[in-house]
Design a protein around this ligand. Structure first.
Ligand code: MN
Length: 307
């Protein structure tokens, strides 16, 4: 598995392709998200489907909004709470509250109906709301698998200092000898880097056959050996996955401090290279499968939330 390495024993760099600002859009019952992809300018990098960033924003009492009952089929949603509390309930009978640092990795598979809301306390009293949601596609063979939840509390996520001024919370995959607790359907890396301003560059190995991106949540970080400054709300795209590259072949993403402290995720995954048919909350391989998804949802075959 990938290990961080020092520059003396480095692999080739994964070059920075471009930096793109996320686009403000409205979701759920009316809350603003910054969408990194897909946008008119940025296609989702296979195997990813969507990345939304909410906040950080201090909500007044009564202001916080969420996404009430809605279905999903054919992919996974990964919610990473940075501040605040997200309350979830679903048709499989799961319910709970995610707090700061917690991750919920939901495999919708054949279908689930869930709600994602600010907690009752945040809705009533207000407070700081800040989270990310990433959609990860499922291979065709797993799209109709039974729904599954992995709920990971903040304390179960290893934190490692990978260089002077740079620490990593490893949610999935392996970085600097620490392995994240989430089990994924395909090779995958999801790391949250906290980067002190002016931290010297670190080289983060990523498999050559993965797509990889960085997204900056707060402050700023510097990316690439030519030090592009990426402020909060920026998606950084790198050179594309090398199809057919050996699984052990590594390339390195270079990250350093900016003029301010920053927080960013670095996420990579192996492309599925399968046809994608998407319609709202359903992501399948063919248009016919989308029609079936809509029919199944309308007929109640994805269940309902017991209340
Ligand atoms: Mn959802």
């Amino acid at each position: 598995m990938p290990e961080t390495s020092n520059p003396q024993t480095s692999n080739p760099e994964r070059g920075v392709r471009d930096l793109v600002s996320a686009v403000a859009t409205i979701e759920g019952e009316g809350f603003e998200v910054r969408r990194a992809f897909p946008t008119p300018r940025v296609e989702a990098p296979d195997p990813f489907l969507l990345l939304d960033h909410v906040g950080p924003r201090e909500m007044a009492p009564g202001e916080a909004r969420g996404a009430p009952d809605h279905p999903h089929r054919g992919f996974e949603t990964v919610t990473y709470v940075l501040s605040g509390e997200t309350e979830h309930e679903d048709s499989v009978g799961n319910r709970g509250i995610l707090g700061a640092g917690d991750v919920q990795w939901m495999t919708a598979g054949a279908g689930v109906v869930h709600s994602e809301m600010p907690s009752e306390r945040i809705r009533r009293e207000g407070g700081l709301v800040h989270f990310l949601q990433l959609w990860v596609n499922l291979p065709a063979a797993d799209k109709m698998a039974p729904p599954r939840y992995q709920e990971v509390s903040a304390g179960a996520i290893p934190v490692v200092a990978i260089a002077s001024g740079i620490s990593a919370r490893v949610i999935a995959g392996t970085v600097a000898g620490a392995t994240g607790p989430v089990e994924t359907h395909s090779p995958f890396q999801y790391v949250h880097l906290s980067v002190a301003g002016a931290a010297p560059p670190v080289r983060l190995p990523v498999p050559a056959d993965h797509e990889v991106f960085t997204y900056v949540m707060t402050g700023e970080v510097s990316v690439g050996s030519d030090a592009h400054v990426a402020p909060a709300g920026t998606l950084v795209r790198f050179s594309p996955a090398e199809a057919g590259a050996a699984e052990t072949s590594l390339r390195e993403v270079v990250i350093a401090g900016g003029t301010d402290d920053g927080d960013a995720i670095v996420v990579s995954g192996r492309p599925l290279r399968e046809p994608v048919a998407r319609y709202g909350p359903f992501v399948m391989n063919t248009r016919q499968q989308l029609v079936e998804a809509v029919e199944d949802f309308r007929a109640g075959r994805m269940g309902r939330i017991p209340r």
